[in-house]
Structure formats: structure tokens, C-alpha cells
Design a binder for this molecule. Structure first.
Ligand code: PCA
Length: 215
């Protein structure tokens, strides 16, 4: 069986839900291009999230890993380009830890690029009517740490796996609790991540489309 692992994160910072997990859960068991999606929830806890991610990879032997997280304030599905080797937490994680200027992996390289076809994914999502963009920074909190941990595991122990990170916006239900937050419906987000998996499975060499930012 060909497996695609999709991870979502548990709720954090007083939100009752985390759309990243709602999306992963909705796609659990779905068949895409002959592959089966398997979903796993990860804790919003530094270190533990990465251990659970590696356990999930070893248990499910995926060809592709798509890690999802919530990025409050983003207006589009954000396909992350690069993971950096630093944690600088603005708020404590769900276990009360708040590392500042700590490497994700001591002595690891400064950064890893996603091995997903990020431009092809953004293009496919836009074609499907789902707002999407390349993001040049996954932040310095739990999601960047998870993204870095994923890419470090792939680079050092599982080079046959492709993987990357996608940040998703708030849902309207969450935005209604915080005035001014942009949102995107869960159904649209699920459709977008389904299209991302389909595109990643079908595209082994990324397309050269502009997806940069001036600042
Ligand atoms: N988003 C946070 C942590 C958990 C999540 O879903 C982040 O972007 O780091």
C-alpha cells in the first residue's frame, strides 16, 4: 500500500480547535492517485511533536509527508519553502515550555528546503479556486520546529521520502471569536490540501513559476 502521511496539530493558544487537524482528520483514509492518506495528530509541544512525527513515519512508511499547522492571520493556504534551525517562542507551548533562540537540532544545518513541488502546488490550488501562495517563513514557533524536524529526519534517515509543511488559515468559526482575523472555510481548505497531495504525488520536478516576495 502506498501511503501519504498528513499530520495536524492539536489546538493551542486558547483556540478550541485547530483546522490543521480538522483537515487531516477529514482526509484520513481517502484514496488519491492510488495512495491512501493516513492522518495523525501531533501535540503542540516542542520536542515531543517531533518524536511523535518520527514514530508516525516509522509506523506508516509513507512516500510523502505533508505536515499541516495553523497560521492565524494568513489569508491563503501557505506552502512553506524553508525550515530554519531555530526556536524563538512568542508564547509557551501546551506543556508550558518557551524556548528562546534554541536550535531545533544542535549542530544541524541552518535550514532545509521543502522537497514538495511548492510552485506546482500553489498553481494547482489557484486553478482549483483555492487561494494559495508560497510562504518564505514558517515562523519560529512549533510549526517551523516540526517542519525542520521532518526535513532533518528525511535528510539523515529517510531520503526516499518527500515532505514539507503547509500552513492553513483560520476557519470562519475561529475567526468569529477574534475580530479582524481573516478566514477560509474548512471545506475549501480540505479541497486545497487534497489538491496539494494529488499534485505532489504527480509532480516530481517542480515547475518554474514566480512565487517570490519582495519583502
Ligand atoms: N500553528 C503554530 C503551532 C501549532 C499550529 O498549528 C505554528 O505555526 O507554529
Amino acid at each position: 500500500m502506498t501511503t501519504v502521511l498528513i499530520t495536524g496539530i492539536e489546538p493551542f493558544e486558547a483556540d478550541p480547535t485547530n483546522p490543521s487537524w480538522d483537515i487531516a482528520q477529514a482526509l484520513d483514509g481517502t484514496q488519491v492517485n492510488g495512495a491512501t492518506i493516513v492522518a495523525r495528530q501531533l501535540p503542540c509541544v516542542f520536542g515531543v511533536a517531533n518524536e511523535k512525527l518520527v514514530e508516525a513515519i516509522e509506523e506508516t512508511s509513507p512516500v510523502l509527508v505533508l505536515a499541516l499547522g495553523l497560521a492565524t492571520g494568513r489569508t491563503e493556504i501557505s506552502v512553506e519553502r524553508v525550515a530554519i534551525n531555530v526556536i524563538d517562542a512568542r508564547i509557551p507551548d501546551n506543556a508550558g515550555n518557551q524556548p528562546v533562540d534554541t536550535p531545533v537540532v544542535a549542530d544541524g544545518p541552518a535550514a532545509y528546503f521543502s522537497t514538495l513541488p511548492i510552485k506546482a502546488i500553489v498553481h494547482a490550488l489557484r486553478e482549483a479556486g483555492v487561494p494559495a501562495a508560497v510562504s518564505q517563513s514558517a515562523g519560529t514557533y512549533n510549526c517551523n520546529h516540526l517542519f525542520y524536524g521532518l526535513m532533518h529526519h528525511i535528510a539523515t534517515r529517510a531520503p526516499h521520502i518527500r515532505g514539507g509543511f503547509i500552513h492553513v488559515p483560520t476557519t470562519p468559526e475561529l475567526a468569529a471569536r477574534h475580530a479582524g482575523r481573516p478566514s477560509l472555510s474548512l471545506d475549501t481548505q480540505i479541497r486545497g490540501i487534497h489538491a496539494a497531495v494529488r499534485t505532489a504525488l504527480a509532480t516530481h520536478t517542480d515547475v518554474k513559476l514566480s512565487g517570490g516576495a519582495v519583502h
